[in-house]
Design a protein around this ligand. Structure first.
Ligand SMILES: C[S@@+](CC[C@H](N)C(=O)[O-])C[C@H]1O[C@@H](n2cnc3c(N)ncnc32)[C@H](O)[C@@H]1O
Length: 241
């Protein structure tokens, strides 16, 4: 059975010709759906429709949030349930499947782990490859006409919940994903380049000194959420020199 893990970028305008050709060569596409009105799932559907591909929804299994006593075990069970949900679609449908990934599969996404785990379990024999997509930090950089780092300097990418740790460790040029909302306490003098719902009709962009633009970011974030029904944002933060 053939699985193609396809990064679709930030939506229908972002698909590379290579990814589009891979999509057209598959029998169907598979993507997780978190709930009935999952806006990101609908964007994936638009991508599939444009390429004549049926999209199979895989319901995201419920995570047992009432079992904090063994948090790790609860998360492991949830991962395994997700693996089985995808595996079941492959077992039932056979053929070649496109696993659609928002942005690029290499950045904060679990699909590659799920597919590798399906392979390890051996219930459904799979061969897979990966097609890259445009990631949120890349599109953020393009929209702000930015290089993500200064000449010859590094860039650090982190989920928001580890931002304070990165700052304390001396990182001075940081891309924040997974909740880049205005929680930049202590970074008021830093520069920020922020974007929400990048690549979609509800895109928002703000840039400036953190202390100056925080209210603007809050308002733009609320607007994106109101218009799209969901919001995802990414930011580059740079320490003043
Ligand atoms: C689970 S990660 C997926 C990242 C994705 N694989 C990529 O290549 O960008 C989700 C996070 O990516 C960022 N993100 C994804 N789509 C975005 C968008 N359209 N606009 C802004 N940020 C986005 C947000 O920080 C969001 O919390």
């Amino acid at each position: 059975m053939r699985v193609r893990v396809i990064g679709i970028g930030m939506g229908p305008q972002q698909l590379t010709p290579e990814a589009a050709a891979a999509l057209r060569g598959c029998d169907y596409a598979v993507a997780a759906r978190k709930r009935e009105d999952d806006g990101l799932f609908e964007l994936r559907r638009a991508v599939c429709e444009a390429h004549g591909l049926p999209l199979v929804a895989v319901a995201d299994p419920e995570r047992d949030r009432d079992a904090p006593a063994d948090y790790r075990a609860a998360v492991a069970d949830w991962h395994e349930a997700r693996v089985r949900a995808f595996e079941q679609v492959l077992a039932e449908r056979g053929g070649s499947a496109a696993f659609l990934v928002w942005g690029d599969p290499s950045l904060y996404d679990s699909v590659l782990r799920i597919v590798a785990r399906i392979g390890e379990r051996g219930e459904v024999p799979v061969e897979y490859d990966v097609l890259p997509g445009i990631s949120a930090p890349q599109l953020l950089a393009a929209r702000h006409r930015l290089v993500l780092h200064e000449v010859g300097r590094p860039v650090h990418v982190t989920p928001q919940r580890r931002l304070a740790e990165a700052v304390a460790a001396g990182q001075d040029n940081i891309v924040v994903v997974l909740g880049a909302r205005p929680a930049f306490q202590g970074l008021e003098e830093w520069s920020v380049w922020w974007g929400a719902n990048l690549g979609t009709g509800t895109e928002e962009l703000v840039a400036g000194r953190v202390a100056d633009v925080l209210p603007e970011i809050g308002a733009a974030r609320a607007r994106a959420k109101e218009r799209a029904g969901w919001v995802m944002d990414t930011a580059l933060l740079r320490r003043p020199s």
